[in-house]
Design a protein around this ligand. Structure first.
Ligand SMILES: NC(=O)c1ccc[n+]([C@@H]2O[C@H](COP(=O)([O-])OP(=O)(O)OC[C@H]3O[C@@H](n4cnc5c(N)ncnc54)[C@H](OP(=O)(O)O)[C@@H]3O)[C@@H](O)[C@H]2O)c1
Length: 279
């Protein structure tokens, strides 16, 4: 029942499974993360944009777990791409998280149509990495062309690329580029934000394996080798989603899930996404 760990391109170990906290309200984040830690989750994905870093930090502090047993990711907000503010924004996150350093710090969106070049932002990320404030740095929502520019023009190869992936958007081409460049793939919205639950093909696999649709889909991600952190709002769901490590999908079931690919995004297109919060 142990969560597997993967080794990132700088040697840092990351639990392949964790808890995602987008849309977990600040006022309940501490309780939800505390429940997840109690159940055995050891990887928490948050972001400056989610507004819940303080709750995440409070739960980790209250858990009494040794610091090196919990893997914490946060992400640079879209209004903090100016290289001059990257370090101070991470300092603010660290204060909220009650940590000296995060395990992984990501550029949340590339924002390729805005004024600040993401390669310049990446160079500032390299500086916080050199300063020891993040054990690994990476990107999120980067397309192949964005990744190739970073790898060619900067020094540190991103450790991960966190992108939208689920049965309706399997992203095989992007995953192949990540792999070619030595970048681990993290799958966001692994349950397609809940859209998987009414799918007859997934319900059939759930029925034949005696598992839930959620477990079938999460198992499909894990067997493809991606890192996942589903969001859930109750102990029952957190527990069900964690119960993945004593069964395997057959090759036929893996293929049947992959065959649902429809090239359909739920989230924004990273090539055009330009949303910048105020403040
Ligand atoms: N980098 C990015 O740009 C980006 C973008 C989106 C997400 N993310 C990350 O990826 C994480 C996961 O993605 P997500 O939150 O978008 O969606 P998701 O994990 O694909 O789906 C979450 C939805 O599924 C429901 N759910 C979870 N487990 C369930 C179960 N066992 N049975 C029935 N329903 C279940 C949840 O309901 P309840 O909550 O009501 O229980 C929620 O509505 C985020 O939390 C965040 O950390 C990153």
């Amino acid at each position: 029942m142990t969560v597997p760990t993967l080794t990132l391109n700088n040697g840092v170990q990351i639990p392949q499974f964790g808890y995602g906290t987008w849309q977990v309200p600040p006022e309940t984040a501490q309780d939800r993360v505390a429940e997840a830690l109690e159940l055995g989750y050891r990887h928490i994905d948050t972001a400056q944009m989610y507004g819940n870093e303080a709750g995440v930090g409070a739960a980790i502090a209250a858990s009494g777990l040794p610091r090196d047993e919990v893997f914490v990711t946060t992400k640079l907000n879209n209004n903090r791409h100016d290289p001059a503010v990257v370090a101070s924004s991470l300092d603010e996150s660290l204060e909220k998280l009650q940590l000296d350093r995060v395990d992984l710090f990501l550029i949340h969106w590339p924002l390729p149509t805005t004024d600040i070049d993401f390669v310049d932002t990446w160079r500032a990320m390299e500086e916080v990495y050199s300063a020891g404030k993040a054990r690994a740095i990476g990107v999120s929502n980067f397309q192949p062309s964005h990744l190739r520019r970073v790898v060619q023009e900067a020094t540190v190869v991103p450790a991960v690329n966190q992108v939208e992936i689920h049965p309706y958007f399997t992203q095989d081409e992007l995953r192949a580029v990540d792999s070619e460049l030595g970048i681990a793939t993290e799958a966001w919205s692994p349950l397609a934000q809940g859209q998987v639950f009414d799918d007859p093909a997934l319900q059939a696999i759930a029925s034949s394996t005696g598992r839930s649709v959620s477990q079938v889909v999460l198992r499909w991600h894990l067997q493809r080798g991606d890192i996942v952190f589903p969001k859930a709002s109750s102990v029952e769901r957190l527990k069900q989603n964690f119960d993945l490590f004593d069964f395997e999908l057959s090759d036929a079931d893996m293929s049947a899930v992959s065959a649902l690919d429809a090239g359909r995004r739920i989230g924004p297109d990273p090539d055009t996404m330009a949303w910048i919060p105020e403040g």
